[in-house]
Design a binder for this molecule. Structure first.
Ligand SMILES: Nc1ccn([C@@H]2O[C@H](COP(=O)(O)OP(=O)(O)OP(=O)(O)O)[C@@H](O)[C@H]2O)c(=O)n1
Ligand SMILES: C[C@](O)(CO)[C@H](O)COP(=O)(O)O
Length: 228
């Protein structure tokens, strides 16, 4: 069965507050995005990878690839106004009649090949596979009257990527009008009426979002080095 990965890196990284786009920031000596792409290629040589980047970052990315001698087979697509638009642009590049598509944040460089494999397996069995982890902290709900109340944290999961789907379901769901609550692909497929199946993620599969995440990233790389 055809397997595709759409790696979305089309955002502006406003919360990182850095001049260099966060997907290009170096961790362990090379840009975040190179770690992510290499992790997906390590999963399979047969996987078709589509990388989504903002139009104004394409040239810098090519320069970085030359500088770091980063050679890997993928298609490059220009991103859109929101994550939804970027995913949709990536999806439009897939012409196969059927298959499975994993969508992954370019800024989650610590994804393991085991989770990618589990995600494709679950999507093959059930049509959807959304990676998530249990909450480690207690949680409170904000109430409309300005108050707040505790919630049962065991009733919640924190959602990660990859999020993997049947290609035909994904194509159908992404015909929707963009909505502010479409912060991930699961919310788009859910709105289209498809069941969302969860798989276990990892606490190392962080999304590089704010500056302190770079400190965690370097620590995870050190840990991996020590494990080899
Ligand atoms: N128009 C957009 C917005 C986001 N993304 C991607 O979606 C992933 C998760 O988004 P987030 O971490 O929010 O990235 P940014 O939108 O870049 O960051 P911020 O919200 O801080 O501006 C990132 O890999 C980001 O590049 C994208 O491809 N296209
Ligand atoms: C897709 C995602 O990473 C799942 O946790 C998340 O929803 C992206 O949200 P962001 O607001 O674009 O960072």
């Amino acid at each position: 069965m055809n397997q595709f990965a759409i790696i979305v890196a089309g955002g502006s990284g406003s919360r990182m507050n850095s001049d260099l786009p966060k997907q290009f920031l170096p961790i362990g000596g090379r840009p975040v995005l190179m770690h992510t792409l290499a992790a997906f290629r390590a999963y399979s040589e047969q996987l078709s990878i589509i990388l989504v980047l903002p139009e104004n970052q394409v040239e810098s990315w090519k320069t970085l690839c030359t500088h770091y001698d980063f050679v890997l087979d993928y298609q490059l697509v220009v991103g859109g106004e929101t994550r939804f638009h970027s995913v949709r642009n990536g999806l439009a590049r897939i012409h196969a009649p059927e298959g499975f598509v994993a969508v992954h944040d370019g800024v989650r460089p610590f994804i393991s090949t085991e989770i990618v494999a589990a995600s494709f397996r679950k999507a093959s069995d059930a049509g959807t596979a959304v990676t998530c982890v249990p909450l480690k902290d207690s949680a409170r709900q904000l109430l409309p009257d300005g108050g707040n109340q505790s919630v049962d944290r065991t009733a919640y999961r924190l959602v990660q990527t990859p999020q993997t789907f049947r290609l035909d379901w994904m194509r159908q769901a992404f015909q929707a009008e963009p909505m502010p609550h479409f912060t991930d692909c699961a919310s788009v497929l859910e709105q289209a009426g498809y069941p969302i199946h969860l798989i276990e993620g990892s606490y190392e599969n962080i999304k590089i979002t704010t500056p302190e995440d770079l400190v965690w990233a370097e620590a995870f790389l050190q840990k991996r080095k020590a494990e080899f």
